[in-house]
Design a protein around this ligand. Structure first.
Ligand code: FMN
Ligand code: COI
Length: 386
């Protein structure tokens, strides 16, 4: 077995010595055990979706409508899982989705995630809504690849300052999230009257930013509520336009990716705007209740953009076979979201690593057992729609 699949043997061998894995990474059990160990507010915030959570469910159901058709005697003993995405060499086509306010699930927060991601060579995408600053996360991530996700502040000086800090701290790819210019109607959070940002969590990036601080009459330490509200007013609003992407291009000399693309025409616009990639995503069903399942949007978008830009995918990835399906339907890599956050909740850095190693092993073995030796050769021929 190749490197990632070896985690299975490791677990069995530890079992001979009487040791059990840290926790179950079975997707259903993982979410249930996270529900048991987290307070209701943080759990609802992570697990919840917009409205009736129809799109959270749809994301999973879409995966179930595709089945892998295994091939035999293809020589898939040695597999090539590595891929080059947006100038980053990935050992497997997986990155960690940007997830804000990780301090609400574990004190290791983004630093634990950064260390776990770096130990496996997978890119961490740091959220603008991080509980830890850009620079501290970069230090924890060491030599690991790191990308930065932007919630786009309306003030140009603040935007430019945050981008400059990310660049200086070694983040190579900019991921601009377009689908969350305000938070959706999220009943699970409303029921708990819980919004972490109002407690000042997830604001380490703006609060440590000189250009943001220069806008305030009193520092965030002296007057937290005013600083929190000022930041929220800067990043909310639908007044940003396709044309304004030129501002980001002028202030970022690496690859730029638009996250939250669900319509074929928006994917084409991303190409026309000179972007380097897109993430086909509905934000894990957290924004538009009833939105199209992300996997259902993927094939049409992938066909429309071809290989002009890199197509990434998220929303609903839980298992190795999900990764195979998303790649076969046109994604170059996937972003893993909630599962690693549940891993963080269970055991900090070690918990994130356990989830990632489990997913990579499952993916590696599913590739091999289905007769697929090379991620680059995956196509819809590997699947059947049921
Ligand atoms: C708790 C939580 C916080 C998130 N915060 C961000 C964020 O700060 N920026 C962002 O672009 N996406 C954010 N997302 C969305 C993820 O990047 C990703 O699109 C989503 O989790 C994919 O769905 P899945 O977790 O069901 O696979 C967040 C998701 C969760 C669950
Ligand atoms: C709005 C963000 C700060 C966090 C987020 O993306 C989310 O909760 O889905």
């Amino acid at each position: 077995m190749t490197r990632f699949g070896g985690y299975q043997n490791e677990i069995y061998l530890q079992g001979l010595g009487g040791a059990k894995p840290l926790f179950s990474t079975d997707p259903t059990k993982l979410e249930e055990s996270a529900a048991n160990l987290l307070d209701p507010g943080p759990y609802a915030y992570v697990a919840g979706g917009a409205g009736s959570a129809a799109t959270v469910r749809a994301n999973r159901e879409a995966f179930d409508r595709w089945r892998i058709v295994p091939r035999m005697l293809t020589g898939a003993t040695d597999r090539k899982l590595s891929v080059s995405v947006l100038g980053t060499e990935l050992p497997a086509p997986v990155a960690l989705a940007p997830v804000g306010v990780q301090s609400i699930v574990h004190p290791d927060a983004e630093l634990g995630t950064a260390r776990a991601a770096a130990s496996l060579g997978l890119p961490m995408i740091l959220s603008t809504a991080s509980s830890t600053s850009i620079e501290e996360v970069a230090a924890a991530n060491g030599a690991g690849p790191r990308w930065f996700q932007l919630y786009w502040p309306g003030d140009p000086d603040v935007c430019a300052s945050i981008l400059a800090r990310a660049k200086k701290a070694g983040y190579s790819v900019l991921v601009v999230t377009l689908d969350t210019w305000t938070l959706a109607w999220r009943p699970a959070d409303l029921d708990q009257a819980y919004l972490p940002f109002l407690n000042g969590e997830g604001l380490a990036v703006p609060f440590s930013d000189p250009a943001f601080r220069a806008l305030l009459e009193k520092t965030p330490e002296e007057d937290p509520p005013s600083a929190i509200l000022r930041w929220i007013s800067l990043v909310t609003g639908s007044d940003r336009t396709w044309e304004q992407l030129t501002f980001l291009r002028e202030h970022w000399d690496g690859p730029i990716v638009l996250k939250g693309i669900q319509h074929v025409d928006d994917a084409r616009k991303a190409v026309d705007a000179g972007m380097d990639g897109i993430v086909v995503s509905n934000h894990g069903g957290r924004q538009v209740d009833g939105a199209i399942a992300s996997l259902d949007a993927l094939p049409g978008i992938a066909a429309a953009v071809g290989d002009r830009i890199d197509v990434l995918f998220d929303s609903g990835v839980r298992t190795g076979s999900d990764v195979v399906k998303a790649l076969a339907l046109g994604a170059k890599a996937v972003l893993l979201g909630r599962p690693y956050v549940y891993g963080l909740a269970h055991a900090g850095e070690d918990g994130v690593r356990h989830v990632l190693r489990g997913l990579l092993a499952d993916f590696d073995m599913t590739m091999g057992l289905s007769g697929n030796a090379d991620v680059a050769a995956l196509s819809a021929d590997a699947l059947a729609r049921v």
